[in-house]
Ligand binder design. Structure first.
Ligand SMILES: [Mg+2]
Length: 306
């Protein structure tokens, strides 16, 4: 693996490199950020200087390279496309299997929705719709659908359905659709600005369109890395607009603190699809507990039409 692909000179990543980049981009962002979850930028600087290695630890005492909920649930969604004909019940089953394993980090909205799903068995009505449930917990796991589904109508419908199992608020649904549109366009060879434009042409909520319109020259100090879905989408779109190396962009974002693992995962997914898996530092990839499963999944899930 090389980390020195120069945009405009090296050949464009192949579809399988982009698919692997998307899945593993989520996993490296998650694992890099997990160490810093809930910290302030000041506390990070004091304790870590600049955090740029996958070292585990953090408030949940992660193993280095262990997947947190972001990668676990991305894997759950990926599996729903790997294991035969896709259905929402298959996704729901994978989510409940994870939930019953007593994950050490689980968001409040996800926990309440999966408890409801466990009681009722109905993934259509399990998700939360209140204004306090606009977290990034469905955006963080939505990339497999965007990578797999070539038909825009099917892709958008499944992105909404899978989000709504836990996060049924319109801002969460629209954020997943926007993110999915960007991923699909990148996969088909669009430049980042064209991919963002493709998403911005859809009839989405104003707050989602505002996040898509983030100025790439915004100083990172002015980005919010909270768990609010709009903040996470804005950070990911900002990341996609940067010219720096993938490593530098993710390091900059996670060192902003707060919801570091999920902000890193969501931005890492977009960067991975845009630049391909070879843009991810090999020393990060080698740390990942999910390296084998996600690499294998990428080969199987790469769209045959590309
Ligand atoms: Mg997490």
């Amino acid at each position: 693996m090389s980390t020195d692909r120069i945009p405009g000179t090296d050949p464009a990543p192949t579809p399988v490199e982009r698919t692997a980049g998307g899945l593993l981009g989520v996993a490296v962002g998650d694992a890099l950020g997990a160490t810093l979850e809930f910290m302030t930028p000041e506390a990070i600087a004091e304790r870590h200087g600049v955090h740029r290695e996958i070292t585990g630890g953090g408030s949940f005492r992660w193993r280095p390279g262990q997947g947190t909920d972001d990668t676990d649930l991305t894997w759950a969604v990926a599996r729903s496309y790997l294991d035969g004909p896709w259905s929402l019940d298959r996704v729901a089953g994978a989510f409940l299997e994870w939930y019953h394993g007593s994950p050490r980090d689980i968001g409040g909205t996800t926990a309440r929705a999966l408890a409801r799903l466990d009681r009722t068995g109905d993934p259509i009505t399990s998700g939360e719709t209140g204004d306090r449930s606009c977290g990034n917990g469905s955006l963080m796991r939505c990339i497999p659908t965007a990578l797999v589904r070539a038909d825009p109508e099917v892709r958008r419908r499944e992105l909404r359905e899978i989000s709504a199992v836990t996060h049924a608020h319109p801002l969460c649904l629209d954020s997943c659709v926007a993110y999915g549109e960007i991923v699909a366009a990148l996969l088909e060879g669009a430049e980042p600005d064209q991919a963002i434009e493709a998403a911005a042409s859809l009839p989405l909520r104003a707050r989602v369109l505002e996040a898509l319109a983030v100025d790439p020259d915004t100083p990172p100090e002015r980005l919010s890395t909270s768990g609010f879905v709009i903040d996470s989408l804005r950070c990911a779109v900002w990341a996609l607009g940067q010219d720096a190396e993938l490593e530098e962009i993710l390091v900059t974002l996670v060192n902003r603190g707060d919801d570091t693992d999920t902000t890193g995962a969501i931005a890492g997914g977009l960067l991975g699809v845009a630049r391909g898996v070879d843009a991810i530092p090999s020393r990060w990839l080698e740390r990942l507990e999910y390296l084998g499963p996600l690499t294998g999944a990428a080969v199987k899930l790469t769209r045959p039409d590309l």
